[in-house]
Write a protein that binds this ligand. Sequence first.
Ligand SMILES: C[S@@+](CC[C@H](N)C(=O)[O-])C[C@H]1O[C@@H](n2cnc3c(N)ncnc32)[C@H](O)[C@@H]1O
Length: 294
Amino acid sequence: MSYDILSGNNIDLLKGINRKIDFTFLDPPFNQQKDYALHDDNMPEQEYWAMMKVVCRSIYGITNDGGCIYFMQREKNTEFVLQTLRETGWNFQNLIIWKKRTSAVPVKGKYGKQYQIITYATKGERAKTFHRLRIDPELPVNYKYQRDNGVFVTDVWEDIRELTSGYFAGDEALRTDNGERFHKQQSPLALLLRMILTSTNVGDTVFDPFAGTGTTAVVAQQTQRHSIAIEIDPNNVECIENRLKHIRDADNIQKYYKDYTCTENLPKIWGNEFEIAQKQKQKQEPTPLFNAIN
Ligand SMILES: C[S@@+](CC[C@H](N)C(=O)[O-])C[C@H]1O[C@@H](n2cnc3c(N)ncnc32)[C@H](O)[C@@H]1O
């Protein structure tokens, strides 16, 4: 599948994109004083949201009718996200709660934080593509009935582990030679996989204007979607290029296939219909042990 990696500021580069896209994952820095080489993560609030508005409006302009955006943010910014999307033309569909699997961040005087929001919105009233994925999470304790065929994914996602710091992050987290996380905000493949499978078809174009380590493009590549990534930090751009050139074992998304097998038409949605049909055929017709001799 084709991919384009653009190095630079998305506000400038978005103006030059003349291809239509079907899906965007918007995962900007959250303006919470994190360390970014080429981005000030401590902007005045108004300036930050004005910038988000420009980005959301430009993305809207290059999105096909019925295409969508998934805008990830801290839960305390929910009202700004909804306002930004509304004022730039997007139609609200869902507020997805991505519940973290690690323990809550304790806060004095209020409840601890344990989730992040992902706002799902479309260009136009309805999504042109929405595959209703089915998963089969563990049954709650004392649940009376076994499930026959899993359940539909809802707007609460509690089965996707974040890549936390330390050893919990596992092999998927990219690391420097001294073992440090290469990019502390690297998103899990499983998160992108869910959004891309739900909202796109094979051959569609997915877009990530704050690409970081290129997780969106890595999933797109393996699900036969085209991708466009924009990233301002040249070190990250190099990382995306390498990540796409040689898909690491830890980046192989096949391990998630089993999580969705209750989904109708999964091979077609996933983009490996042909490959799977071939494998099934091989199973049915075992390769002869000896070649026939004339
Ligand atoms: C939260 S991270 C995205 C992480 C990404 N989802 C991943 O899986 O690696 C945000 C990224 O946006 C980049 N960035 C910040 N401002 C930018 C801009 N104006 N244009 C393009 N990239 C920008 C930062 O360098 C950072 O890598």
